[in-house]
Design a protein around this ligand. Structure first.
Ligand SMILES: *Cc1c(COP(=O)(O)O)cnc(C)c1O
Length: 443
């Protein structure tokens, strides 16, 4: 296959090779990313991509779906088994359209939605003001305290006052265990649907390394490409609790995905790859993996703290850490992200609770251990990586973000030039590559 690509399109071939090389010698520490298995990649590149199969198994609009039906049924059964739920839709193209389908199934325009606010670590699709979820529906966002913990007093007061139709629990930047049980109580009290969005932690839930939302939530959505380590894609599941609350909920969800929602024909190569990833996720090895992801995040957190860095909420219960760089000034996350990248350590700039700067120039960085744990790294390596990260941040702590937009652009350009010539960063980059060479990628 690769040979044919090389011949047909050498430009794309070379770019894929260059990306593979970047990964080989670098540490992928963006917490929403992972390295998939060769089996998952094989299925993604399979002939299943060619087939149209609008509808659901046994109820398609096109002929020739005998085998596609079997693929989708396998994916559904495995999702139900992996999480312990009575209903799963495996067709959503990705996490955001999955969440939109939940709105379409449960809300009318103008109804109230509650979710963790985006600057507080929540996801765009949970009612952010610049997302359709916060414009078509009335948003009533909740926040985290200055320590970075979900402000449950606020959740309670808001829910009683605003009477939401839907309450989300789930986030893109939250290092602590989600309080599903408390959310369920409030949702039941005010008559709202409770949706747990476990996009980040799905793999940890299957591995038993994070509490499962199944006994508490009515609906569960997740991406399949983060800790679950599958292809890009998503699942929407309905729990027994959800079916008890609304016996038509599963049907409403399926209709909201197709034909009412934003999707047409399902991506069958993706569905099959999800099935493979779920099979992998139900092995004892994956259980070990999920537990190691959390152990590694804790070890990395300890290492960073030993070097004097401040962590939002003081540490982590999951796969992710948020470093609060405000002691060095505001907006330092931008400089830290670029400097770490120059040393072969990929993280992302991120807002911290009550960030004195803006989401585009935030004062923190978000880092995670799913991908480097897939490579086989353990606590010992985390200690070393923590030291490098802290040292690199020391290199940029003098950088201050100017006030105006024009000055910022000039300053960041100059900064990139400076770090490209920074000797210590180059040295660390070499050491990072050496470490990586001992932990090869799965593909
Ligand atoms: C990543 C994520 C999503 C969206 O997934 P996409 O596949 O990027 O659309 C939704 N919710 C949460 C909490 C996420 O972290």
């Amino acid at each position: 296959m690769k040979k044919s690509l090389r011949k047909t399109d050498p430009e794309i071939y070379e770019l894929i090779e260059a990306e593979a090389q970047r990964r080989r010698v670098g540490l992928e520490m963006i917490p929403s990313e992972n390295h998939t298995s060769p089996a998952v990649l094989e299925v993604l590149g399979s002939i299943l991509t060619d087939k149209y199969s609008e509808g659901y198994p046994g109820k398609r609009y096109y002929a020739g779906n005998e085998f596609i039906d079997k693929v989708e049924n396998l994916a559904r059964e495995r999702a139900k088994k992996a999480f312990g739920v009575p209903h799963a839709n495996v067709q959503p193209y990705s996490g955001s359209p999955a969440n939109f389908a939940v709105y379409l199934a449960t809300m009318k325009p103008g109804d109230v939605v509650m979710g963790q606010d985006l600057p507080d670590g929540g996801h765009l699709t949970h009612g952010w003001k610049f997302n359709i979820s916060g414009t078509l529906y009335e948003r009533a966002p909740y926040h985290v305290t200055k320590e970075g913990i979900i402000d449950f007093e606020e959740v309670r007061v808001l829910a009683k006052e605003k009477k939401p139709k839907l309450i989300w629990c789930g986030a893109t930047a939250y290092p602590r265990e989600f309080p599903f049980e408390e959310f369920a109580k409030i949702a039941d009290e005010v008559g709202a649907y409770f949706a747990a969005d476990i996009a980040h932690i799905a793999g940890l839930v299957i591995a038993g390394a994070h509490k499962s939302p199944v006994p508490y939530a009515d609906i569960i959505t997740t991406t399949t490409h983060k800790t679950l380590r599958g292809p890009r894609g998503a699942l929407i599941m309905v729990t027994q609790k959800g079916l008890d609350k609304d016996p038509e909920l599963a049907e409403k969800i399926d209709k909201a995905v197709f034909p009412f929602g934003v999707q047409g024909g399902p991506h069958n190569h993706q569905t099959a790859a999800i099935a493979v990833a779920l099979k992998e996720a139900m092995t004892p090895e994956f259980k070990e993996y999920g537990k190691q992801v959390v152990k590694n995040a804790k070890a990395l957190g300890e290492s960073l703290k030993e070097q004097g860095l401040r962590l939002v909420s003081g540490g982590t219960d999951n796969h992710m850490l948020l470093a609060d760089l405000t002691p060095f000034g505001k907006g330092t996350g931008v400089f830290a992200q670029d400097a770490l990248d120059a040393a072969g350590i990929t993280v992302n700039k991120n807002t911290i609770p009550k960030d004195p700067s803006s989401p585009f120039y935030p004062s923190g960085i978000r880092l995670g251990t799913p991908a480097i744990t897939t490579r086989g790294m353990k606590e010992k390596e985390m200690k070393i990586i923590g030291k490098w990260i802290a040292e690199i941040i020391q290199e940029v702590k003098h950088c201050q973000l100017p006030e105006t937009k024009e000055e910022r652009i000039v300053s960041l350009k100059q900064f990139k030039k400076d770090i490209a010539g920074n000797k210590r960063l180059k040295e660390i980059k070499g050491q990072v590559a050496e470490l990586c060479s001992r932990f090869p990628l799965p593909y």
